[in-house]
Write a protein that binds this ligand. Sequence first.
Ligand SMILES: CC(C)(COP(=O)(O)OP(=O)(O)OC[C@H]1O[C@@H](n2cnc3c(N)ncnc32)[C@H](O)[C@@H]1OP(=O)(O)O)[C@@H](O)C(=O)NCCC(=O)NCCS
Length: 152
Amino acid sequence: MSMEITIGDNKLKIRNATRQDYKFCYGITKRHMKHYAIKHLGQWSPSAYRGEFDPEKVKVLTKNNKRLGYYMVTINPKNLYIDKLQISGLIRGKGVGTKLLELIERKAKKLKKKSVQLHVFTDNPSKNLYKRLGYKTIDKPKKYLLLMGKDL
Ligand SMILES: CC(C)(COP(=O)(O)OP(=O)(O)OC[C@H]1O[C@@H](n2cnc3c(N)ncnc32)[C@H](O)[C@@H]1OP(=O)(O)O)[C@@H](O)C(=O)NCCC(=O)NCCS
């Protein structure tokens, strides 16, 4: 299954992931998140990432067949949980993240879930995006980590 979205000049496609997308997803996540992992967890763990990655839960964002981002979502009994959300620096700040979060929210509503949730490092500026979209802090399980959620 795939769908097209247009944001400004960008005609983007969102499609289901396959095992072949692993290298891209791992690479972009490492590029964006390694420094947070080292700062807060003491290390970047390739095996932890490998253990978490489930292509069945992943959607890949492409433009002209070039991968530009992905997200991974787990369907829980009461909520949708965003495990991962990564967008290439090439198209950041243009509203793509907002659009993907809207699509996730729409899916959560369709599945009659009560909320969308995610964890974010306290020093990750992406938390401002979540706040702008109505996410609130539900819990602070560690001093460097927030659980945020949006009730639907
Ligand atoms: C978070 C992310 C998915 C947002 O995607 P995006 O396409 O840039 O999102 P939008 O254009 O819809 O919104 C941008 C907003 O994100 C926030 N933001 C995210 N990262 C930011 C950064 N490094 N510096 C400043 N603002 C940032 C800002 O609130 C910004 O709002 P603004 O446009 O009003 O300044 C993208 O920045 C990303 O992949 N970041 C690196 C990986 C990451 O941190 N993922 C989230 C893990 S919880």
